[in-house]
Design a protein around this ligand. Structure first.
Ligand SMILES: Cc1cc2nc3c(=O)[nH]c(=O)nc-3n(C[C@H](O)[C@H](O)[C@H](O)COP(=O)(O)O)c2cc1C
Length: 188
């Protein structure tokens, strides 16, 4: 697949099949994340590749708890749906973390580093025939220490995004990319 085909094929999936992802694919995907652009000024980016269903359940359960008690109307409403699963049944969640920092500028850079790594992961997964979704809301569940312990996050690591990957029945790409989008401006 050409890189342009990969771009066009990538789409957020929110319904996964109950089928494990092969270990060699997970290694390739995590290594793609690790090859992303990133400024060393924000320290390192870390990848915790979770396939253990008990650990996935801990993240899901604690995310639901935090969302329900957040006081944010939209999060309370979403998490009150008994069918809501923030991972949508994906068999693998890659927790992407950066070094914790109190400096707001450094944290902005850390978020950008994690986002670059996450996009590499999404594209690598797409190329390997996998469905995926980049997400930030399930990082809320890490406010509960049990989640950090289950995922084996070290004290210095702040989880900033999660990419779930897996197989899906519906792999149809988006079809509505505009031809000459007005938000792309060429200054010549
Ligand atoms: C920073 C960021 C946070 C996101 N958080 C979530 C999330 O918590 N849950 C979710 O289902 N999707 C999440 N998404 C996925 C977006 O909803 C999705 O990328 C967007 O709707 C565009 O659809 P597409 O990815 O299919 O092109 C997030 C995406 C980004 C970039």
């Amino acid at each position: 697949m050409s890189i342009n085909e990969v771009f066009k094929k990538r789409k957020s999936t929110r319904m996964f099949l109950d089928k494990a992802v092969e270990a060699d694919k997970l290694i390739q995907i995590a290594e793609a994340g690790n090859m992303a652009a990133g400024t060393p000024m924000a320290g390192k980016v870390y990848f915790n590749v979770v396939t253990n269903s008990d650990v996935l359940d801990v993240i899901v359960k604690n995310t639901q708890t935090i969302m329900k008690n957040s006081g944010v109307d939209m999060l309370v409403k979403i998490s009150s749906n008994p069918n809501f699963n923030p991972f949508y049944g994906a068999p693998c969640a890659i927790v992407i973390s950066a070094d914790k920092t109190d400096n707001p500028s450094t944290r902005e850079m850390a978020i950008a580093n994690v986002a670059c790594a996450g996009e590499n992961i999404l594209l690598a997964a797409t190329e390997l025939g996998l469905a995926s979704c980049y997400m930030t809301s399930p990082t809320l569940g890490f406010a509960i220490p049990e989640t950090r312990e289950a995922v084996k996050l070290e004290e210095n690591m702040e989880p900033l995004a999660i990419v779930v990957v897996g197989y899906a029945e519906d792999m149809t790409p988006h079809s509505d990319y505009p031809e000459n989008p007005e938000n792309i401006v060429f200054v010549e």
